[in-house]
Design a protein around this ligand. Structure first.
Ligand code: CA
Length: 357
């Protein structure tokens, strides 16, 4: 119920409830109960706990006028049905990543990450200040879904390998769990990409069913014990250089909210977007230290010629994605223009500083 309606029906107005001037704003204490479905296992470190944090922030900042309850993958709907559930209104909110919906909206992938694309800082800048958010909203509008950036993995690791990668020929025949556009790139390099859920990675690697797997970064990878199943830990995560995670909101549910609640919901997403990136930065560096110094993991950089080859193939794959339809073309144009400009700036700012400090 809208606040105005509640006030009317309850027979109260902004003044004279008790004969003295009442506060100008009277919040209806009726609580909306929102469901948030997620693509993550319940309480999964950072990704799932970040979704929990978003729910708590909305609940607390609205003084429980919106109470958000989180459902892990499979609790209310399976992981890959989160978008449809929010679109239908089965759940008012969801938390996941845009590249999961590529089967439905191929161009959505630009709003999560693309190989050799922008990093977390650059993606957030494009979305908030470079026109990306408007394009994202347009992309989801036909489905009655409102997107918001709500987290970022930061640069991931290339993954765990049981085969040494010394040159481009070592990618040939490599059976690796690597989903999405990165998988397509590996395929073009002669490898065999496979898609497996996180829970199957350890056993598949340990038994030799796959030669390699990517997952996230040191913190999540350490928790999965992947160092016990592979010889080498390669970097950098060329395929996911800063994956934006998303909160999606049923547009009708959002539109019926009072203005102040809408502002709170949007800003809670912004807070979590920032919070998850910083949490990854803090926890990844501590986990990397544990992997190297406690578990004696062999951490290696992918050879330059391998990265050069992957970059060239990625360019083909991303350009082809941009040619899929008019919307993809429009989004790519904005993304690519921003990417080039920000790269030129970061060349003489962030990058040079990283190299000299
Ligand atoms: Ca990954």
């Amino acid at each position: 119920m809208k606040r105005r309606d509640f006030i009317k029906k309850a027979g109260i107005s902004g003044v004279a409830v008790t004969g003295v001037a009442a506060p100008a704003i009277v919040h209806a204490k009726t609580s909306l109960k929102w469901k948030m479905v997620t693509t993550w296992p319940k309480n999964f470190p950072v990704l799932g706990t970040g979704a929990n944090q978003l729910a708590s922030l909305i609940t607390d900042m609205t003084d429980r006028r919106i109470k958000v309850k989180v459902y892990g993958a499979g609790e209310l709907v399976p992981a890959f049905e989160v978008f449809d559930a929010v679109s239908r209104g089965t759940a008012e909110m969801g938390h996941g990543a845009a590249y999961y919906w590529k089967g439905k909206i191929e161009e959505a992938q630009f709003f999560s990450t693309v190989p050799f694309g922008m990093n977390a800082q650059e993606m957030t800048a494009w979305l908030y200040h470079g026109g990306g958010m408007k394009l994202w909203e347009e992309t989801y509008a036909p489905f009655g879904v409102l997107p918001a950036a709500a987290g970022n993995s930061t640069v991931q690791m290339a993954g765990w390998f049981n085969k040494e990668i010394n040159n481009v020929n070592d990618l040939k025949g490599l059976k690796m769990r690597i989903p999405g556009l990165g998988g397509e790139v590996l395929k073009r390099a002669g490898g065999t990409p496979v898609n497996l859920p996180g829970g199957e990675l350890f056993t598949s690697l340990k038994t030799g069913a796959i030669d390699a797997t990517e997952w996230v970064g040191p913190y999540n990878d350490l928790a999965f014990g992947l160092y016990k199943a592979a010889k080498y830990y390669y970097y950098p995560g060329w395929h996911e250089p800063g994956t934006t995670l998303e909160a999606i909101i049923n547009k009708k549910a959002f539109d019926t909210l009072d203005k102040d609640l809408q502002i709170i919901v949007r800003n809670a997403c912004k807070m979590v977007n920032q919070e998850m990136s910083t949490e990854y930065t803090a926890k990844n560096n501590a986990a990397l230290d544990t992997l190297v110094n406690k578990h004696k993991v062999d951490v290696r950089k992918l050879p330059d010629d391998v990265l050069t080859k992957l970059k060239s193939l990625s360019n083909d794959v991303v350009t082809e994605l941009a040619g899929k339809n008019a919307a993809a073309k429009k989004i790519y144009k904005s993304y690519d223009k921003f990417r080039k400009q920000v790269a030129a700036w970061h060349e003489i700012s962030e990058k040079i500083y990283y190299n000299i400090r």
